[in-house]
Design a protein around this ligand. Sequence first.
Ligand code: PEP
Ligand code: MG
Length: 747
Amino acid sequence: MPQATETESRKLLGRLRQAMAEGDAGQERLDRITHLIADSMRTEVCSIYLFRDNDTLELCATEGLRAEAVHQTRMRLNEGLVGRVAATSRAINSANAPQEPGFRFMPETGEEVYSSFLGVPVQRLGQRMGVLVVQSKQARSFSEDEVYALEVVAMVLAEMTELGAIMGEAGGLTPLHKRAQAFRGGIGQEGAAEGRVFLHDPRVVVTNPIADDPEEELKRLRRAIKTLRGSLDTALADAGKIEGDHVQVLETYRMFANSKGWLRRMEEDIARGLSAEAAVEKEQSAAQARMRTVPDAYLRDRLHDLDDLSNRLLRILTGQGRDAHADRPEDAVLVARNIGPGELLEYGRTLKGIVLEEGSVGSHAAVIARAWAIPLIVNATGITTEALNGDAILVDGDQGVVHLRPDDTVTSAFRDKLAMQAKAQERYASIRDLPAATRCGQRVALYMNAGLMADLPSLKGSGAEGVGLFRTELQFLIRSKVPRRGDLASLYARVMDAADGKRVAFRTLDIGSDKVLPYMKPQDEPNPALGWRAIRVGLDKKGVMRMQLQALIRAANGRALTVMFPFIAQFDEYRQARQMLLDEVERERKLGHVLPARLEIGAMLETPSLAFAPRQFFELADFISIGGNDLKQFFFAADRENERVRRRYDTLNVSFLTFIEQIVNRCAETGTPLSFCGEDAGRPVEAICFAAMGLRALSMRPASVGPVKHLLRQTNLTELRAVIDAARAEGHQSVRPSVMAYLERAQ
Ligand code: PEP
Ligand code: MG
């Protein structure tokens, strides 16, 4: 790159910084910036277009176009050349703009006399902010250096916009990260929460995008890269000879960290006047923009790696985000792109709410949030780019809405809602010790789901009759090593102590799929939900399951013990698992240990195949529990974690309810006790429909016991069944509309 241009661009950045330091703000500042750029680039026109909302751009300042057009001229994303630069995140460089396809003539701007056009996106970390344009009368194509220089300026503008430095009061546009904003998402867990944002992966804030001393910035960048490479080498050495994804990711990171192109581009940006941080971010923004458009999943993953690596580098350069947990506010609402169950468990149940940019209602992280009754919103697009640590946030888990930096009216309406919910809780508390008896005199046993010691106090508070599902894998997920038998035995014993004689159904380890143990080699499976998981692992690698069964027997220490095996797909799997437990009991007997007073061995019905197992299976099983989360995903072939397909199929779909009825009937033939422990059991309308189909035991998160009991106590199951049967006979797809109409009538 020619030295002259480097110096030019450095000069321009220097002038820009000076403009920033001067007292004016808002429109005046924007005007001054456009003047400076036009002057330095020797063009007649320089204009800044910024997003007004998600898909409208507004001309916010110009040097050269008509002043009356400022804040009047607007265009939609993809409209005209400016709209196209914004939509594609790519520069447009044309010597004859009016001839370009898609050119849209804006008469109010007087731009018809300008022939050349260079527009570059103003963007920061995947967030589009606007477009920076220079135009000139003379028909000429801008040189590569000029394009590059304008991109560097756009980068600085993006940083300044981010900081609110150039927005001020300009045309009513509020700086980013300051305005009130609402996000819509999917409901992962109902409930309302008020608190402050706590970012799982806090964004690094670059406070000075322009280099004071390029030489010094270059040194800083090289030092940071060296530290980064060193840390990757250490991580790889620590990973030792283990093979698998983790090592591969580290290898890819090291490849990027050693990539000459990456470093060279950043060095060039610094030479043009950017600070080291801004240079890293410019590369990162470009990678993110590419990520949006690359259809190939593999390449997208690589760009994602680059993104992650840039984050690490920024952390090294700025020293930000190192000890995030230390600054966690008491009323933290966790905001994250996505989170795994293990990471969520590390945060513990003190979080007020959780908002995920991606995530899914069916994931195990969602299961944990539900177990803890923490309001959870998933798929809140844009939240991680907009939210900053410490921002006020309201999570409305009933409507699926998040209010970030809400104004007073929204906050006070929200607080009224919180007060109303507290009243409903009081109502549920008043029926806590009453049975879930329906209007027609049927009793339904309500149990709670649990997985952590901390869940047990809810047993009393919720009014549940016992624990219908104890997810033992959660204990494994929160540790960094396989727990020892003694530890597990004492934990299970404490669970039984806390249950105080009430039944606890311990489900043996259900790992695989999205529940990956940190110390287990991850399997490279194309379809993990259909892969080597749960009982399949237990039967193939018997050691861990044996150890767990021994721990359970010892924990019972003469008390009744209930064990159930997850994901049984065929009779033989149940027979083998059952035999393993009986063998362990026998072994304990030989060793002279106290044996459980009573042993109940159940199977989870989570694959449709098991509903068609031979009668002998139903005779042998002491009880069956429907794992509705998995059963539904396999019944409809709709991934429980994929938001696009998950909601397509209603649980009250006639086919699914009829299938549940078949399972009820098969269990009735052999007198096998049946329960339902998927998330749907905790949804009051679904729960009463299951009861109407004949289910007499439901297990749910503790917070659902009250609402489910309340509705069951008001329901006449015979009438409800008639409504369901009528809807089925009429050929409806789902019985929900008929059931809702009935409930309204019955009120
Ligand atoms: C289920 O699949 O419904 C279930 C209860 O198990 P998990 O959600 O832990 O897979
Ligand atoms: Mg399951």
